[in-house]
Write a protein that binds this ligand. Structure first.
Ligand SMILES: Nc1ncnc2c1ncn2[C@@H]1O[C@H](COP(=O)(O)OP(=O)(O)O)[C@@H](O)[C@H]1O
Ligand SMILES: Cc1cn([C@H]2C[C@H](O)[C@@H](COP(=O)(O)O)O2)c(=O)[nH]c1=O
Ligand SMILES: [Zn+2]
Length: 205
């Protein structure tokens, strides 16, 4: 039975690298793959999955209205498909995650999705929440915090390197905007960012 896999991690954990390795591994065995990445994430140029270790590949784009099941079925009329690989899976919608599950269950093609578990406020992304709910297999990839512990959280920082506590969930960026930290250091940095605002509010009262 084909399975839906969710490889989740913080930023900078090697998700794109692992995806590109898996893709290469399928293709060196003569198998055919289909790659997707989020249209919204244009860091490496639109339609490119790029890792920080310079591996890269072209990919189809998904936006909230992309019917991935229909696209896979259309592609199957042209060539066989042995694996569907999705980067930035945190940006999938609920319906898209269900569509990916149906690609496994009805079309018999394994789907490997790679993405963040949580955002800069420690909330689940919609795509991640539904992948955690539906995937057959959950695999954690690991980045290292500055203290040596596993980095599970993503701190958003401003141009001065100060923690950002509020804002839109989606803000595209790399190591200049986000730092992968362990929970202890993520919480400490967020609290430190809260303190000046608190003292300002007390002074104004
Ligand atoms: N020149 C390099 N050689 C080896 N590893 C590197 C190099 N540059 C970055 N990395 C590592 O690559 C990882 C990030 O890979 P990437 O696939 O871009 O992560 P993600 O997709 O999870 O954000 C980090 O662990 C980083 O330390
Ligand atoms: C934590 C967080 C991240 N994002 C964005 C920032 C990047 O563009 C991607 C993740 O990139 P990765 O290196 O491939 O993991 O997600 C965001 O929009 N909001 C957030 O809270
Ligand atoms: Zn730490």
């Amino acid at each position: 039975m084909a399975k839906l896999y969710f490889y989740y991690a913080s930023m900078n954990a090697g998700k794109s690298t692992t995806l590109l390795q898996a893709d290469y591994n399928y293709r060196e065995r003569g198998m055919e793959t289909m790659l997707y990445t989020a249209a919204i994430d244009d860091r490496a140029g639109v339609g490119t999955i790029a890792s920080r270790i310079a591996l890269a590949a072209s990919a189809r784009l998904f936006a909230p209205d992309t019917d991935m099941r229909a696209e896979v079925e259309a592609e199957l009329k042209k060539r066989p498909l042995h694996c569907i690989l999705i980067d930035e899976a945190q940006f999938l919608t609920r319906d898209q995650v269900f569509a990916l599950a149906s690609i496994c269950d009805d079309l018999g093609i394994p789907v490997l999705a790679y993405g963040l578990r949580t955002d800069f406020q420690a909330n689940l992304f919609p795509g991640s929440a539904h992948l955690l709910a539906l995937a057959d297999s959950l695999i954690e990839l690991k980045a290292v915090c500055e203290c040596g512990r596993k980095a599970t959280m993503n701190l958003r920082v401003d141009a001065e390197g100060h923690a950002v506590r509020a804002g839109a969930q989606t803000e595209i960026g790399g190591n200049d905007r986000y730092i992968a930290l362990c929970r202890r250091h993520f919480t400490e940095r967020l609290k430190a960012a809260e303190a000046p605002q608190l003292s300002l509010a007390i002074a104004r009262a």
